[in-house]
Each structure stands twice: as structure tokens, then as C-alpha cells.
Design a protein around this ligand. Sequence first.
Ligand code: TRP
Length: 339
Amino acid sequence: MTDSSSAPKPVANARKRIMAGMRPTGKLHVGHLLGALNTFVDLSRRHDCYFEVADLHALTTKFERSDEIAADTRTMVMGWLAAGLDPEQCTIYVQSRIPEISELYTLLSMVVPVSWLERVPTYKDQIGELGSEIATHGFLGYPVLQTVDIAIMRGQGVPVGQDQLPHLELSREIVRRFNHHYGTVLLEPEAILSETPYVPGTDGRKMSKSYDNGLMLAETDDETLTRIKTMYTDPTKIHKTDPGHPEACPVFFFQTAFNPSMAPDIAHRCRAGKLGCVEDKADMARHLNAALAPLRERLRAIAAKPRFVDEILADGTKKARATAQATLAQVKAAMGLSG
Ligand code: TRP
């Protein structure tokens, strides 16, 4: 008989500390759900998860509208809870309310060469997109702050989309360099790649608040249907009888996500010129609305008691802060700064 208790457990099943952050963008859309939140919920059932409202990160590009961040934080956390995050099972907290994060950021920044930060792909891309006004010291330090978020909570796994992989690789390099100087005090985090990294918006570009192309969680069924009716579809399919290309169509993307058992048939009828876009959109909207119904119900219940969110954030932040204080104390001791 084999003794299964002594067999090494596969790493994937061992309980790990997971850390993930999201900038407070206010209302959440289906892209957040498929790209991140569903993964957060799944991980929170199996691991020790820390989920952070990255409001300092929001300030890197939004310093002129800092007064919106508090309301956006509350709105976003309501979306997290509606999506199924259970505050009894995970720690939900606000970055700016943990001063130890800013302190470790100062310490860590001493060992990070500027050239490492300048070569992060999103750095130049974002400046190209948002303009040189955001080329601040704080914005350049974005990946250092993200490294602190993970390291201070002792995060081992970090759920990220494909676009965040360079940030995580940089985090590992920063941690290695820090440990090289001061001894092994920080953990090198690993990426947990999300399965649906790219969610298209109504215009076919990536779903994003800044493009105003989102299907929102906090919308009525009719509002969602109206948005879907304006959704971009294959421009070469003008009439129902024209052959479509579902693989490049956002309507089909959501059929795959929310009506998976029918997706192969839908693709077939679309290609064969037997399914028109108008009918396809109405059908997709029905499935999407049905899938979101329980979430929207929870959102209404949570919105009716706003103090609830404040309490969750106060409790979660208290717990996360204790973790941060312990890590910072170790770091300062390793650097010879304590006492
Ligand atoms: N940069 C991440 C994003 O834009 C947000 C973030 C902040 C984060 N801190 C983090 C993600 C720590 C993972 C781990 O989505």
C-alpha cells in the first residue's frame, strides 16, 4: 500500500500566499470580471489571498483628480464583493492606508537602477498614449511600488494578465538585487497567468474605462442590450447571408464566454451565412444578462448598505497592515536600520 500522506504534494495544490492589486477605476466592467475577478474568486477559495485597492498606483496617472479616488475605491470594492469575493476568506485592503508600503518603497527604490524602469514596455507606451505630463518620478517608479505591494505581503503567486508579465519579471529582478545586498529577506513572486487576458470592448478594442467601450456590471439588462446593439462586428458581413468571421468578432467572444455550449453551432451558422448579427447580438445579450443576474442582485444588496464596504476595508486594512509591519521590521533589521 502506498502512503499518500508522505508523498510530496504538487506545488499547485499547496496553499500559498497570493497578492493582487487593482487600481480603483470605479464601476467595473465584464473585462475586469473575465480578466481578473473570476480568477481572484477562484484563488480565494484555495489560497491565502490579499487583494489590494492600488490607489497610490491610480495617483501615478491621476494625481490631478485625486478627489475621485475615495468614491472609486468604494464602488470598485462593491463590484469585487458582488463578483463573489468573500471578506471572510480573503483580505481586502487599501494601499494608501498602509504607510509601511510607502516606507518600503523608499528603501527598495535605492537599489533599483533607473535604466531598468525606463525599459519597461508599458512606461514608454503609456507616455505615448497619455502624454508627457504623466512622465513623473512617481510614474517611473510604478513597478517598484508594485514590487513593494507584493513583497511586503509576502506574496508568492500573483495573478496577472499577459500585459503585466514584464512588471512581474522586473519585480523578481528587484527582489533578487535587494536580497543580494541585504540577505534573503524578500520572496521572489511567481506569475499566475490569467486564462482570459484579452477581453474586447464594444468597439473591438480592448475593453477599458478610458475607451468607454465597456459592458458594465452595474447596468440594467436593457442598458446592456442597448450597448451590445452598437457593438462592432465583422465589417465584411453586411447581410445575414454574408459569411462571417466569428474568431475576430467581439459578439462571438462573449458567446464563447457566456454561452459556451452553443458557441460551435453559432460559429458555424455565422460562417455559413445563416445567422445575422442582429439576432446574434440579442441572443448574446440574453446569455450575458442571465449570467450577470446573481452578481447584479448582490450588487444591489451591497449598495443598500454602504457602511458594509467601509467596515470590510477597515478590517482588511488592519490585518494587511500587521503583515506589512512584520515584513518592514525584518527588512529594516536586515539593513541595519532598526533600533
Ligand atoms: N499594475 C496593476 C494593474 O494595473 C495593479 C497592481 C498594483 C498590482 N499593485 C499590484 C497587480 C500588485 C498585481 C500585484 O492592473
